[in-house]
Write a protein that binds this ligand. Structure first.
Ligand SMILES: Cc1cc2nc3c(=O)[nH]c(=O)nc-3n(C[C@H](O)[C@H](O)[C@H](O)COP(=O)(O)OP(=O)(O)OC[C@H]3O[C@@H](n4cnc5c(N)ncnc54)[C@H](O)[C@@H]3O)c2cc1C
Length: 372
């Protein structure tokens, strides 16, 4: 097994964790990443790592010290407002069961743990051909043969179509991403509290989340048709802000500050693969992370699942009978992701509902009861 050439398509958290875990077993995959360098694109906001999935992967990868140096266990508070500005829930308990870490910091830790040369930047996989034994990856001006190919290439995976006809479907909700520096926005700093702030009204929400290095990331989320998303992509920032102002008309002014003062970073329409996505196993080819089970971010599980998948796939690839081990890995991954995807869909439909904050409040109260 170890002599076989392994390609990991995609250097996100899942692909890089898999590479690290294989390296620790003296298996040396190549990670092919479309970006030209680590900081080419903004990497998104803060992620919380759960003990049995994300944190377990970090432990097995021997990266606890590096993680602890960058993690923020103090940023786990939750606040919930109604659209009228009433504070409905406020939990501010520093703890260490789900420490936050910026996505860019997590990626940097994983990149630094890999030997030089294990990641090939600027290597977008455009096509994949199978010769019946292995796979030829084809990029812009390059092609290379591998025995085993792992699709860790996220939502719009190029590897997935070789295994499955499933395509991500628009979930009806779009987030406009906003950025704040706390020194310039003390009112957003106060509003956010010690972790995350949700303000939820009729089918819409304003969200802020504390990130590292004095940043806060905000989201204005609402239900819009997919065709409108494309129109919004073409709007100038001032027109987009005016559109949001109109959508959140009547909300309490301290909440509206989120859309009035945030730096517009981008528009993120939410897509998901079918819940319970599975495929007939195929020798030498599999998926992990978002490529296998893209879901809305409202279960907070996406990166945790990707890291847990990497742990299980590293075990499968280093076992004596990798073929059947990969099929077992796929079933384990699908079962774990199915539960999370149901939670993510419920989370999305709870937040973006006519009931406003009611179901979010219930969710928070149940969590407190379970924990206590
Ligand atoms: C707004 C938002 C908030 C989120 N919040 C949370 C949260 O709080 N908690 C949580 O757990 N998860 C969260 N997630 C989800 C989380 O970011 C993803 O689930 C996670 O990053 C998946 O990791 P991955 O490695 O599978 O894929 P990705 O992170 O998508 O990485 C895929 C990599 O593949 C590369 N790539 C893509 N196509 C190709 C190609 N053809 N060739 C080569 N390289 C390619 C990409 O450049 C990228 O580096 C959130 C997601 C969003 C959108």
């Amino acid at each position: 097994m170890t002599r076989q050439r392994i390609a990991i398509v995609g250097g996100g958290p899942g692909g890089l964790m898999l590479a690290r875990l294989l390296q620790l077993r003296d298996i040396h995959p190549v990670v092919l990443e479309r970006e030209s360098y680590a900081e080419e694109r903004p990497q998104g906001g803060s992620l919380d790592l759960h003990s049995e999935t994300g944190q377990r992967a970090i432990r097995l990868a021997g990266l606890e010290t590096e993680f602890s140096a960058m993690a923020r266990p103090e940023d786990q508070g939750d606040r919930l407002f109604g659209s009228d500005g009433a504070l409905l829930f406020d939990r501010n308990e520093p703890g260490d069961d789900r420490p936050e870490i910026d996505r860019s910091a997590l990626r940097r830790i994983l990149l630094d743990a890999l030997p030089v040369g294990s990641i090939r930047w600027n290597s977008r996989t455009i096509d994949i051909a199978s010769d019946g034994i292995g796979y030829e990856l084809i990029g812009n001006g390059w092609r290379e043969r591998f025995d085993i190919v792992i699709g860790a290439d996220g939502a719009w995976s190029r590897v997935r179509p070789l295994l499955s006809d499933a395509v991500p479907a628009y979930e009806g909700v779009t987030l406009v991403e906003l950025g704040f520096d706390i020194t310039d926005h003390p009112q957003i700093d106060t509003l956010t509290g010690s972790g995350k702030m949700f303000a939820v009204g009729d089918n819409r929400a304003l969200i802020t989340q504390r990130n590292g290095l004095g940043h806060i990331r905000g989201y204005a989320g609402l239900r819009i048709p997919e065709a409108t998303v494309w129109q919004w992509q073409k709007l100038s920032h001032s027109s987009l802000r005016a559109t949001l102002r109109e959508a959140f008309r009547g909300w309490a002014p301290p909440l509206r500050d989120v859309i009035e003062t945030g730096r517009i970073l981008g528009i993120r329409a939410l897509y998901a693969l079918p819940i319970g996505h599975r495929w007939p196993s195929r020798p030498g080819l599999t998926l992990l992370g978002d490529a296998a089970h893209l879901m809305s971010p409202f279960s907070g599980e996406g990166v945790n699942l990707a890291l847990a998948d990497a742990v299980d796939l590293a075990d499968a690839l280093s076992s004596d009978n990798a073929g059947s081990a990969i099929a077992r890995f796929e079933e384990t991954m699908a079962r774990r992701a199915e539960i999370a995807a149901e939670g993510a869909a419920q989370g999305l439909n709870g937040i973006f509902s006519e009931e406003g904050a009611t179901s979010v409040l219930q969710h928070y109260r149940e969590r407190v009861t379970v924990k206590d």
